[in-house]
Design a protein around this ligand. Structure first.
Ligand code: 5GP
Ligand code: MN
Length: 326
């Protein structure tokens, strides 16, 4: 486990703290943001939490989600804490503002592809979620696990492990979950709020795009065009959780969804089953992520993106090196 001493000293010195997380935030991003933010604020520490676009609707049940800023009108922080982001570009506009005005940056993450940015690194690749690292940090500060702290952290742990189903779940992960349930947090409520809330629009998107499904060399692939999203009632760039659906097929070892974005670029969502590793493919394409879930944004159009990426994924699915840059 990493040494939290330098981070604790930076907290003690700070006049104001800005906490940010990756844009297009998921349960771990918002869970770690609110878990840490609520814990520090309860100690009377001046904290602002921010993420571009604010908290997504499905996570607004979390305590004090309404206090998360979507823009930063004025900045009075000198310590920036970046959560769940493997590289500084991931923390969006609010993060860039924080980087420009804060004298110290703490990088707290669990991505194997973390670039080691910032002045103080709290990066634990074996952690199942950024929330797990926040949990250990709060422990080192002897801060209490109140409902406002434990519920967001447990939400991050549950969502990033897809309900404790990913290959990085260890006995220690379940031990932390047990402790987070201690203050009376309902695991069922978190599951109901996050996994059991699929909008029907997701299924309408599947209906639109599944005709593009292919399975070659253990790689299940599908593509989503901007017009498919409009037809399903979704915003361009949304994926309706299709990458996980493709990976759940018996015949695939790797899954990929090519998403056409409004600016013509192509956003990739990649998934794999152990021992296949898609993080190395994502990094080779300028993105990042984990061995079993990674992403990148590359130049379009869709057909060119497919021709560039699929050979790399075929190699990843068949035990070969996929680090070739093409
Ligand atoms: P998803 O496919 O759910 O969007 O992302 C899966 C994983 O890949 C997440 O851990 C996410 O942080 C990472 N990821 C997705 N897209 C990008 C990207 O464009 N750049 C980087 N660095 N990581 C990404
Ligand atoms: Mn995460």
């Amino acid at each position: 486990m990493i040494d939290f001493a330098a981070a604790n000293a930076a907290l003690g010195r700070a006049d104001g703290i800005l906490i940010v997380t990756h844009s297009d935030p998921d349960g771990d991003a918002i869970g770690s943001l609110l878990g840490l933010g609520n814990a520090l604020r309860a100690q009377g520490i001046k904290v602002a939490c921010a993420v571009d676009g604010g908290v997504p609707a499905f996570l607004q049940f979390l305590p004090h989600a309404d206090q998360v800023l979507s823009t930063l009108p004025g900045m009075q922080a000198d310590l920036l804490i970046c959560l769940d982001a493997n590289q500084p570009e991931r923390v969006g506009q609010v993060g860039a503002q924080g980087m420009a005005s804060c004298s110290t940056v703490i990088n707290l993450d669990h991505h194997v592809s973390n670039t080691g940015f910032g002045d103080i690194q709290l990066v634990v690749p074996e952690a199942a979620a950024a929330c797990e690292v926040v949990f250990h940090w709060l422990r080192s500060l002897s801060l209490p696990l109140t409902v406002e702290v434990a519920q967001p952290l447990l939400t991050g742990l549950v969502t990033d492990t897809l309900g404790f189903r990913t290959s990085n779940v260890r006995a220690a992960t379940l031990q932390i979950a047990l402790e987070l349930m201690g203050p009376g947090i309902s695991l069922y409520d978190i599951v109901a709020q996050t996994f059991e809330k699929r909008p029907i629009a997701d299924l309408l998107l599947w209906q639109e795009v599944l005709p593009s499904l292919t399975l070659e060399e253990g790689v299940a692939a599908a593509q989503i065009r901007v017009e498919d999203c409009w037809r399903a009632g979704l915003e361009p760039g949304e994926d309706g959780d299709l990458p996980s659906l493709l990976r759940s097929t018996a015949e695939s070892r790797v899954a990929v969804v090519f998403r056409e974005m409004k600016d013509g670029s192509v956003s990739l969502s990649m998934r794999s089953k152990p021992p296949c590793d898609v993080a190395q493919v994502a990094v080779a394409l300028g993105g990042g992520g984990h061995a079993q879930a990674a992403g990148a944004t590359i130049a379009g159009p869709l057909q060119a993106a497919r021709e560039r990426v699929l050979p790399l994924l075929h190699a990843a699915a068949n035990g070969g090196s996929a680090t070739t840059r093409s």
